[in-house]
Every structure is written in C-alpha cells, then in structure tokens.
Design a protein around this ligand. Structure first.
Ligand SMILES: Nc1nc(=O)c2c([nH]1)NC[C@@H]1CN(c3ccc(C(=O)N[C@@H](CCC(=O)O)C(=O)O)cc3)C=[N+]21
Length: 302
C-alpha cells in the first residue's frame, strides 16, 4: 500500500455546513402546496393568529417575518398588537375569543411577555388544539410521555429535521443538550430520546459542561451565551446544532452570532449549523407546519 493511501485513510471527511435556510425554503414550498390543496378540497384556509404585547423591537421583527412567511405559504394570518400595559386578564380575554373562533386554527403569543403577565397562565390559556407553539402544559405532557397526538415546539422540531438531514438514523448516539428551557432544551431532549439517543441535559449547576460535550456525537446548544461551545468541546465528527441568537457589537457594527464559537468548532465538527441561516429559519417553517396540521385536524375530526 502506498504511504499516500494510508494518510488518506485517516483523513476526516470535510465538515458539512447544514443549510437551514435552504431546507426551510423547501419545506415552506411544500407546505404552500398542501395548504392550497386543503383550501381547494375542504374549503379550509389555514389561519394563524399572532398576538404581540408591547413594543420589544426584536419581537416586532420576528412577528412581521412570521406573518410574511404565513402568507407566502398560502395561509392566512391575523395579528393582534396590544399595548405594553395590557393586563393578564385582558390578554386571556383575547385568547378566549380566538379559542372560540372556528376560523382561527393556530394561536401564537409572542414571548417574552411584559412582567405583569404570567407566561404560563397565558400559554395554558390557549386551547391545546390551537397551540401551534407546543408550549401548553398538555402538549408538553404529551411529548414527555411519548404520545404523538400533540404539537411539538417549533425550534426543537426544526433541529431534529436538520439532524436527520445529515444523519437519518440517530438511534444509539450520545447526545448532549446544553440549556434546558421549556421552549427548546427540554422538548429537544425528549425528541432525541424518542429517536433512540442517550441524552444528557446540562444546566447552570452542571459541574463540567465541556466534559459532557466532549463525549457527545450530537451537541444541541440553546443557552443564550455567545461563543459558549469552544472548538475543543467538539468530538471529531460530532454534529453541532446551534440554537443561540446573540446580538454582539463588533468594530463593523452589530452582528448575530450563535452559542458556538463557529470558526473554532468547524474543523472538528462532522456537520454544523450556521447562525444566521441554520435553526432560525426552521423555527418559522415548523410553525407553518403545525398551523397546517391544526387546520387539517378540524377537517378530520368527527
Ligand atoms: N411564542 C413564541 N414562539 C416562538 O417561536 C418565538 C417566540 N415566541 N419569541 C422569540 C423566539 C425567537 N424566534 C425566532 C424565529 C426565527 C428566527 C430566524 O428566522 N432567524 C434568522 C434570521 C436572524 C436575523 O438575522 O435576525 C436566522 O437565524 O437565520 C429567529 C428566532 C421565535 N421565537
């Protein structure tokens, strides 16, 4: 055997950049065809109600892009913008009206909410069958016990789709989920477990997060800390999914970065999602998928 062949044997395949933006575009295109077909065949126009309280500029940007994406996907959106001083009772009143409206299939209340409003009271006020965010305690419970009849939160669902696009079978892999919020980390861990992964969840009290990460074939990080995952945290060939969205100031102005030190991690990773252009666009596409599902469910119900 030539020495050249031997060195070729030990070379790792090149890192694959996981293009969430392109994946999401394809998904949204497919959803549009399905939405138009549902409208034509059953007369149901999938409709998403988007509720925003207050004037957080970042929330405003997200809400507008959700509304645009909904309409591009052949669905309808109705938006409700309430003032920042809205009371919890007033918000619950609007949600009750939307729950009772048969023309509304999905309800999304943009987070975060102002301090006078209890988040969990609001999320649990949404009818579970319209809870396209998958944040209602009933939908969280369904996922926790492995039932498939609830809505799955959009960001973890998008992460799983991206993972499976590079590795269709996840069974037996070691996965670490860094950050265990109710909206990303916890549901992500449950999905990975259902796929057959051995899952470690790390959190603020974890003694050595880096050591947990180094063992993992899959790293999903949703911690909200720019550059948290360093190059030497990534086992050679591991798949890295970066959920972080952090605004950082650079000499050239503000920039959005993830929770992974991307340039460091890239040479180690087998596949990695960029920020922007990775998980973010998938979140919106999955929201549309859940909205279509909610609309379909009203047709097949007896
Ligand atoms: N009830 C509720 N449901 C949510 O799903 C929800 C929420 N509240 N509150 C805020 C977060 C954040 N979120 C994002 C959606 C899309 C992108 C996205 O498409 N990002 C692009 C662009 C990033 C940029 O340049 O600004 C990207 O990553 O490529 C990001 C973030 C949904 N959220």
């Amino acid at each position: 055997m030539l020495p050249d062949d031997k060195s070729a044997d030990t070379t790792l395949p090149p890192t694959r950049l996981i293009d969430g933006k392109a994946f999401a575009q394809r998904l949204r295109h497919d959803l549009r065809e399905q939405a138009l077909a549902l409208h034509a065949q059953a007369g149901v126009l999938p409709t998403l109600a988007v509720v925003m309280v207050g004037d957080d500029p970042a929330s405003g940007v997200y809400v507008r892009s959700k509304i645009r994406a909904t309409e591009q996907a052949g669905m309808r959106s109705v938006s409700h913008h309430l003032p920042g001083h809205t009371s919890e009772a007033e918000l619950l009143g609007l949600i009750a009206t939307l729950n009772a409206n048969p023309l509304v299939h999905g309800i999304l209340v943009q987070l975060p909410l102002p301090p006078q409003i209890r988040r969990d009271a609001v999320l649990d006020g949404i009818a579970p069958e319209k809870d396209v965010d998958g944040f209602h305690v009933v939908n969280a419970g369904r996922l926790a016990v492995g039932r498939r009849d609830g809505f799955i939160p959009c960001t973890p669902m998008g992460c799983l789709m991206l993972l499976k696009s590079v590795r269709p079978v996840l069974a037996g892999l070691q996965a670490v989920v860094i950050g265990c919020s109710n909206i990303v980390g916890r549901p992500m861990a449950r999905l990975l477990q259902q796929e057959g992964c051995t899952v470690t969840m790390t959190h603020l009290r974890t003694r050595d997060v880096a050591a947990e990460a180094r063992r993992a074939d899959i790293i999903v990080v949703a911690a909200g800390r720019a550059g948290l995952v360093r190059g030497d945290w990534v086992k050679p060939g591991a798949i890295v999914i970066d959920v972080g969205i952090n605004r950082v100031e650079t000499p050239d102005g503000a920039r959005i970065v993830g929770d992974v030190a991307f340039d460091e991690a890239c040479p180690h990773a087998g596949a990695i999602t960029p920020v922007p252009g990775g998980v973010g666009p998938m979140t919106i596409a999955c929201l549309l998928q859940n909205t279509l599902q909610a609309a379909r469910n009203t047709v097949s119900a007896p």
